[in-house]
Design a protein around this ligand. Structure first.
Ligand SMILES: [Zn+2]
Length: 192
């Protein structure tokens, strides 16, 4: 359990330091698999990822019930639905990183590049806009995430998953990097 907190803490700092989130945006969680019921550690609501610590990380069960009296992120339901849909992943990172989110507000899509494994489909998966924190957002993400490790949320941000929070964080960073590269390419008049 200590490792679960450490993972959330380390990835919160990583994601914040790399400018993938700012202010109080973004949230991160890690799951501990247990035959008696999985436990999820998730960043708290209303706290900058730079201010996350062992005392404010929320612990919940898979029903979303608090196990330590800390208030979880408003996107808790999104995280729980993703864990339900993906038994193979134990870490989730949600950011509003500016380049990837900029694409989400435009008509342009982010092209897949090597690093996601074999490039079979041309663009990253994107879902329509749903209110942040809503069950509709969680349900729609959980359907698509079965076959994707990254989803662009229209007019909102990015969700990345991985075998742990570090892997999910690195993927979120990679998405931002390729979005930035593609933005520069568009600015220079290039076609992607
Ligand atoms: Zn968000």
């Amino acid at each position: 359990m200590i490792e679960l907190f450490k993972n959330v803490l380390d990835t919160s700092k990583y994601v914040f330091d790399r400018n993938l989130v700012s202010g109080k945006a973004g949230n991160i969680s890690a799951r501990f698999k247990d035959p008696q019921g999985d436990v999820v550690a998730i960043t708290p609501t209303g706290v900058s990822l730079s201010q996350v610590n062992n005392k404010n990380i929320a612990m919940v069960n898979m029903k979303g019930e608090s196990l330590n009296n800390c208030k979880p992120s408003s996107e808790l339901f999104l995280h729980l639905k993703i864990y339900e849909a993906r038994p193979d992943i134990q870490g989730i990172v949600h950011t509003h990183s500016p380049y990837a989110t900029g694409f989400s507000f435009s008509e342009k899509k982010i092209k897949r590049m090597e690093g996601f494994g074999p490039v079979i489909k041309p663009y990253l998966a994107e879902i329509p806009y749903y209110t942040p924190g809503s069950k509709k957002l969680a349900e729609n993400v959980s359907k698509i995430i079965k076959n994707e490790d990254v989803i662009i949320l229209k007019n909102h941000g990015v969700v990345a998953v991985g075998k742990d929070t570090q892997e999910a964080g690195a993927l979120a960073e990679f998405v931002e990097e390729i979005a930035k590269t593609q933005f520069i390419c568009h600015q220079l008049g290039g076609k992607i």
